[in-house]
Design a protein around this ligand. Sequence first.
Ligand code: SF4
Ligand code: MG
Length: 319
Amino acid sequence: NALTKHYPLAKQGLLEKRQVLRAVDGVSFAIQEGEIFGLVGESGCGKSTTGQLLVQLVKQTQGELYFQGRPLGGLSAGEMKSLRRDVQIVFQDPYSSLNPKKTIGWTLEEPLIIHRIGDKMTRRRIVAETLEQVGLDPGYASRYPHELSGGQRQRVGIAAALVLSPKFIVIDEAVSALDVSVQSQILNLLKELQMKRGLTYLFISHDLNVVEYISDRVGVMYLGKMVEIFEVGREGAEPLHPYTKALFSAIPDVKMRKERVTLQGEVPSPIDPPSGCAFHPRCPLATDRCRSVAPELKRVGPGHEISCHLYEKEANGTT
Ligand code: SF4
Ligand code: MG
């Protein structure tokens, strides 16, 4: 049931026929209810596409998605509609999704109207409560997007995701455009909301520090594939994949980095990914086998999965 999303490039007139952009190339993972699952990787690794697949903003080319144990492919139209309430997404730039001509109150009420929730009074009450929960005075309902700061707009973006009382929220680079001090306020708000409302998040960021701070588990993506999944703070589950190590090495002053790994070269194109392990052209530990055989994501210990030939023996338990 590995998820795959290929974008046909021919349709977009970019390249000759049959070439596809392997944005997400056979990714398979499960997010537990009530957890914050972080997703990291360089830009273009497929993390945003993975998030959009999970909320079905885009449809997968192959594979099946499950929500609360049920395949989405088997849902009726009515069930699909309630799924649209249960799963929401917050983007990096809420400005682009906020209508500049409409008040914040209108933006927050609209989804309630679409889903036929409550009468006018009830809807206004839900909007006011939601604004309060994201740390904004209910009076903000009468304001327009341009009257707000970046941090306040992101609070509105979060409110818009919360207003339908979802269960699962994809948060895609939601703090990346904000100043560091505002970032930590928004991160703490997200964490608080997650606990209070028992929410589940897929938290996407290129910033490993941010992801590690907020997440229970972290998935690392490279060229459309999941290369490692580890539990934050679990002893024995420290990240080991050469790519993850390289990502961590790039951050000054972080604990767990013993050996420094430096990334060489650019990220190859997802249109024509390298043979074998897609990371091999940049991996300081690559061998001949890496150039020809693609490793699979395998469990190497509690809460820890790695896709790398170096760790396969441990995975097989044959040591
Ligand atoms: Fe490096 Fe080989 Fe592991 Fe890929 S499989 S990360 S190339 S050692
Ligand atoms: Mg992105």
